[in-house]
Design a binder for this molecule. Structure first.
Ligand code: SF4
Length: 354
């Protein structure tokens, strides 16, 4: 949804001007973000993805926030690579619930030679269901990225996590440059990029600025930008870090929206702990993508039904996959989901509200 006054897509943001956005009066920032949002997207549509962990735990990396790192004792049960058939069943169920994209995540440093044929097969079979596919498997070299792209993978997720300056406080087993290299390999392969970060890890506002400057000054913005609120996991070094103020989180979403006007900004991990009003503020700030499903890798995610209720209250519709060449089956699934909602006892009917 574009019009003649569309704000330009820039790749030359300076930290000072981004800091100035963060420091705008809240209402001015929200107005600016919502204005930019409306120039590029339908403000009442939110893209829905479902995320499945296809291999959980025992990761050799030391990301200080992560329940899956083998470096910390978080009590998480380790699992082997999930069988393809189970993955396909989960993907079918996600499609029936209205998800347009199926994201598969494995806790690996990078996929091994032995594992690649399995993930390639998963991609092909999920694609055959008519869904968009996304994977997050750790670092990729150029050949691996090409192999996944050739199999039909649409998106690859690899987050920058935080600013280059704060990065070494969070991860030591792979460098910031490693991450940029993987993102470059993904871009070169022709896949779309999903990359964002985590806030609430004890970073400063300047670090949130630094993260967004890195993302927005890439030659091409990531098509998806997940902004995660840290979910504190007992047993990790981030288990008792101080809470980030909710308004600082909303500001981060709003600034991301202004800086990357054509990207889907995803309200990701941490949504479970946000009330409806907080989520609504994030949508108003320009978030237009969520993970939908009962598990977000290993942290809880709001139950599907409560998402539907919130969407109904806000008049939000799930964004359909590929607007121009709409997949009929997908549209039918969405319509069924809406119909089902109408008969839901918890259905919110504004005309009955007192
Ligand atoms: S965030 Fe990813 S790479 Fe880091 S420890 Fe967790 S699963 Fe491993």
């Amino acid at each position: 949804m574009t019009n003649q006054t569309t704000s330009p897509v820039r790749h030359d943001w300076t930290p000072d001007e981004v800091a100035a956005l963060f420091n705008l009066p809240f209402n001015d920032l929200m107005f600016q973000a919502q204005t930019v949002h409306r120039q590029h997207f339908n403000p009442n549509e939110v893209q829905m993805s479902t995320l499945l962990s296809i291999k959980t735990g025992a990761c050799p990396e030391d990301c200080k926030y992560c329940s899956q790192s083998g470096h910390y004792n978080t009590g998480l049960e380790k699992e082997k690579l999930m069988e393809i058939q189970r993955v396909i069943e989960e993907a079918k169920a996600a499609k029936e619930q209205g998800s347009s994209r199926f994201c598969m995540g494995a806790a690996w440093r990078s996929p091994s030679k032995k594992e690649m044929p399995y993930v390639v097969d998963m991609i092909k079979q999920v694609k055959d269901l008519g869904m968009e596919t996304c994977m997050t498997l750790g670092m990729l070299n150029g050949d691996q990225a090409k192999e996944l792209a050739d199999a039909g993978l649409d998106y690859y997720n690899h987050n920058l996590d935080t600013s280059p300056e704060y990065y070494e406080d969070i991860i030591t087993t792979r460098s910031f440059q490693d991450r940029l290299d993987t993102l470059q390999n993904v871009r070169d392969s022709g896949m779309k990029v999903c990359s964002g970060g985590i806030v609430g890890m004890g970073e400063s506002e300047r670090d949130r600025v630094g993260l967004l400057v890195e993302l927005a000054n890439m030659p091409q913005h990531p098509e998806s930008v997940p902004i995660n609120m840290l979910v504190k996991i007992e047993g990790t070094p981030m288990g008792d870090v101080e809470d980030l103020d909710d308004f600082d989180f909303i500001r981060t979403i709003a600034v991301a929206r202004i800086m990357m006007p054509e990207s889907h900004v995803r309200l990701s991990a941490g949504r479970e702990e946000m009330n409806e009003q907080m989520q609504a503020m994030c949508f108003l700030a320009g978030a237009n993508s969520i993970f939908y499903g009962c598990k977000l890798l290993t942290t809880a995610n709001p139950e599907e039904n409560s998402d539907r209720q919130l969407f109904k209250k806000l008049g939000i519709r799930p964004e359909q996959r590929n607007q121009e060449h709409g997949d009929k089956e997908q549209q039918a699934a969405l319509m069924d989901a809406v119909k089902q909602q109408r008969t839901d006892a918890f259905f919110y009917d504004a005309s009955q509200a007192s």
